[in-house]
Design a protein around this ligand. Structure first.
Ligand SMILES: [Zn+2]
Length: 455
């Protein structure tokens, strides 16, 4: 993982190719009234320019002196010759943007202490944009708008709601979602200063007295896995270690690292977060490291979890068996049934109403298997199941050899009710925690912005 990430680049709408097209926009500026305040006139001109489909820049501004008159020259953002920028050129950068566009307006400060506008050249040598949304200059946020983005971001407002707030204040705003993301990105970068994102995470863990631990790959400084836990979580874990539910969630970060989350249950059946880990991949070794780190938070060997619920991920199951050999490992019933159902749909050729009927039978029969509370009722339920699906031998074979034989003791009431699982037979708890966690990660919901990794 390389924390060395550059700012995401703003996509430039490819509006213009250099041509000798002439578009006259003079008529937009003829009706300019006389302004007492220079900036008000500029503001008006900028608005007119947006209506016309281009962006206005101040080419020259002279505040005057006792001899010189105050003057002002406004131009099109495509005026001027293209200059090599200081920063490294990126793909599809602004190389073609300056086109020596001749458009010019001039402002004069009159003896009557008013500004007057005259059109020096109304023509452009390029096509004009139909929709300026997303155009860098037109959409550039004003300082007070940036402040607003900062405030709202601090309060965990999602980017799309930030944009609608800005639109509510100023209906003419031309800012795009991409620019909101970019501003947020910049603000985060400013907060980090010279530090990389990972260093920032470590610093925040340190400042807030979180338990945190990371490991690197071999002798390198590249971080592989990180684990962190709130100090209160550590106390809760030691008080309520009976049941732990664990699962990974995705799309929380641009490195595409899974976020592994461990959730505990209090005596009043309230979920609490034990800890989180970003793991490089979902291999047994990574899970083992995360679970060992979690185990190290427990004060004594007597406070080991009694029950651990996971989904049917073999690597995670192996790690649980290794790190917590005395805990009873249960499997999420919902995940198991989901797999059974998917397998059936895959093997069965029935369609429409017939399929629905079969799926209802499957749900009913499956329930009676996993809810069996005695040896006898279990055997009866399996026989019933075989009878109901005797036309699908491959399916029966799958259910018996890959589901019931190896994991029945992790899902069927008869076995799992021998341990105190406090009703936790699914990983639902951790999944709803993922949901509330993602509320705090508004950039991660749905449209995750595209980041470019620049090595
Ligand atoms: Zn122009």
């Amino acid at each position: 993982m390389k924390p060395n990430i550059d700012e995401p680049d703003i996509a430039q709408p490819n509006v213009v190719e250099p041509t000798n097209i002439l578009v006259n926009t003079a008529n937009y500026f003829f009706k300019c009234e006389k302004y007492k305040v220079r900036d008000e006139m500029i503001e008006w001109c900028k608005k007119e320019a947006i209506k016309a489909g281009f962006t206005m820049v101040i080419v020259k501004s002279d505040n005057g002196s006792y001899r010189r008159k105050k003057t002002l020259v406004l131009g099109c953002s495509r005026g001027g010759a293209y200059k090599e920028p200081n920063r490294k050129l990126k793909k599809e950068d602004t190389a073609t943007r300056k086109l020596n566009c001749p458009f010019r307006l001039r402002g004069y400060f009159l003896a009557s202490e008013e500004w007057r506008l005259s059109v020096v050249c109304g023509e452009h040598n390029h096509k004009l944009a139909k929709n300026l949304e997303g155009h860098t200059l037109a959409g550039r946020l004003k300082p007070e708008e940036k402040e607003c983005v900062q405030e709202l971001s601090k309060n965990l407002v999602a980017p799309k709601n930030i944009l609608s707030t800005l639109r509510g204040r100023n209906p003419d705003i031309k800012t795009s979602m991409k620019q909101i993301y970019n501003v947020r990105q910049r603000l985060k970068k400013d907060a980090r200063g010279q530090m990389s994102e990972l260093q920032q995470l470590m610093k925040l863990c340190e400042n807030n007295k979180y338990f945190h631990k990371c490991r690197t790959i071999g002798d390198s400084t590249t971080i592989q896995d990180i684990f962190w836990a709130h100090p209160e979580s550590v106390k809760l874990l030691n008080t309520f270690p009976t049941v732990l539910v664990m699962d990974s969630t995705y799309k929380t970060n641009k490195y595409k690292m899974p976020l592994f989350e461990i959730v505990g249950v209090t005596s009043t059946e309230v979920s609490y977060n034990v800890g989180f880990a970003y793991i490089a991949n979902e291999k047994e070794d990574n899970f083992t490291w995360a679970l060992e780190t979690c185990q190290s938070l427990l004060n004594s060997k007597d406070t080991m979890p009694k029950v651990i619920v996971t989904d049917r991920d073999q690597a995670l199951m192996n790690a649980v068996a290794k790190v917590f050999p005395n805990s009873t490992a249960l499997l999420c019933r919902l995940h198991v049934f989901k797999n059974v159902k998917a397998k059936f749909k895959n093997l069965c050729t029935a369609k429409g109403e017939k399929m629905n009927q079969l799926l209802n039978t499957l749900t009913f029969q499956w329930k009676s298997i996993i809810q069996s509370t005695s040896e006898d009722s279990y055997i009866d339920a399996v026989l019933e199941f075989r009878k109901a699906f005797d036309h699908y031998p491959d399916f029966l074979k799958y259910v018996e050899t890959t589901v019931l034989d190896p994991v029945k003791e992790k899902i069927v009431s008869l076995w799992i009710d021998r341990v105190m699982h406090i009703g936790n037979t699914t990983t639902n708890r951790v999944e709803s925690q993922h949901g509330s966690l993602k509320e705090y990660l508004p950039d991660c919901k749905g449209d995750l912005p595209e980041y470019q990794l620049i090595s």
